[in-house]
Design a protein around this ligand. Structure first.
Ligand code: SF4
Length: 371
């Protein structure tokens, strides 16, 4: 039976899918791909017809299976490298399991898929690795190649990664994150962007294979403990770069322009201030220099400098000094709080809350709204 392929010349006219719909399909990028190689003479005849009517001669037949066909996809094949080479396989994977829809998220595709192989994918999706490989190689027409090498491929496991678990030599963050199906995307992203000398601690009932793969791929140190559940501590060992003085990097601060706001911007500014990390800052753009706000923020350890750019355009650069909070307390959880007030009478109380190191250490203000 002949095996067909579609080249990059395809213009997505859909003619092949009309003629041989069992074998050709059009992907999300409007390019045809082989949904399935022909399995009988009738399908082969339809594929021949599709090849004949293709207006740009994008369809051709593999001449020699040994030399012309692509390499077989095996358990250890890297997912991103494979999908970059055969983008049509993304849809095939999604058809196998909706969990592969994660590959449509660019952040996950560039982190998770970059470090994961199909053995990992099988563990995460619950599919058998044989089913994934069989389907993908069938799609490419490389099943016979796969069958020659498959016994070795499916023995690849995560044991090698677990062997890399190291002693904890870093000061762990007091926050604990729970790893489950709902948090996985968020935690993979958090892990992949850990700054030098930062760490993240995760608790999970299942072994968090995806995070370990990302940590391993980024050369982070990690420690795994298994008791009733998994406790994973991941640390970026890269050295911190020396930062320039804040006034030399103030142009990089996020800009908060409140000039067109029709309501009092107090809560927006306070929320921004509260979420600003030490030695970081933001720029408040206002029609006037807001002295009361500057005084309030100075009590929250912000220093500032003002630039008047026009008669009614003031840029106030706020920089948060490095906190002197005593972190000897090893509390591991912060309580989430929502503060809402329908009266400005609450301003002083809110200010007290925000100024208190003790309260800030134990409470995470999820929402702050004063109107
Ligand atoms: S007939 Fe040719 S150009 Fe048209 S969709 Fe199929 S492969 Fe692409």
């Amino acid at each position: 039976m002949k095996k067909y392929k579609v080249s990059e010349e395809c213009i997505g006219c859909r003619a092949c899918a009309e003629v041989a719909g069992d074998n050709f399909e059009i992907n999300d990028n409007n390019i045809a791909y082989l949904k399935m190689q022909p399995g009988n003479e009738d399908e082969e005849a339809k594929c021949e017809e599709a090849m004949d009517i293709c207006p740009v001669e994008a369809i051709s037949v593999y001449k020699n299976e040994e030399t012309d066909l692509p390499d077989a996809i095996v358990a250890g094949s890297n997912i991103k490298a494979t999908l970059d080479k055969h983008p049509e396989l993304k849809q095939v994977l999604i058809n196998l399991s909706p969990m592969f829809k994660r590959m449509q998220n660019p952040a996950l595709y560039n982190t998770l898929a970059r470090f994961a192989n199909f053995n990992d994918a099988a563990k995460v999706t619950g599919l058998s690795v044989c089913e994934i490989l069989h389907t993908l190689n069938h799609q490419l027409g490389t099943e016979s190649k796969l069958l020659k090498i498959m016994p070795e491929c499916i023995k690849i496991t995560h044991d090698e990664i677990e062997d890399e678990s190291t002693e904890i030599t870093w000061k762990e963050s007091p926050e604990l994150y729970i790893y489950n199906n709902n948090t996985i995307e968020d935690l993979v992203e958090k892990t992949s962007i850990l700054s030098p000398q930062e760490n993240i601690v995760i608790i999970s009932t299942e072994k968090p294979d995806e995070l370990l793969k990302v940590a391993n791929g980024l050369n982070f140190n990690f420690n795994i403990e298994k008791n009733r559940e998994y406790r994973v501590s991941i640390f970026n060992p890269a050295e911190k770069e020396e930062l320039l003085p804040w006034k030399e990097r103030k142009e990089d601060f996020e800009v908060l322009d409140v000039r067109k706001m029709t309501t009092d911007p107090f809560d927006v500014i306070l929320k921004k201030a509260y979420s600003t990390e030490d030695d970081n800052g933001f720029v408040l753009v206002q029609r006037f220099e807001p002295h009361p706000m500057i005084n309030m923020l100075s009590e929250m350890d912000f220093e500032h400098m003002t630039e008047q750019k026009a008669a009614t355009e003031f840029w106030i650069y706020f920089h948060k000094k490095v906190s002197k909070i005593d972190d000897s307390d090893t509390s591991t959880t912060k309580v989430n709080a929502v503060i809402q007030s329908a009266t400005p009478v609450a301003y002083p109380v809110i200010m007290r809350l925000l100024q208190s190191d003790k309260i800030r250490k134990h409470i995470n203000i999820k929402e702050l709204k004063v109107w």
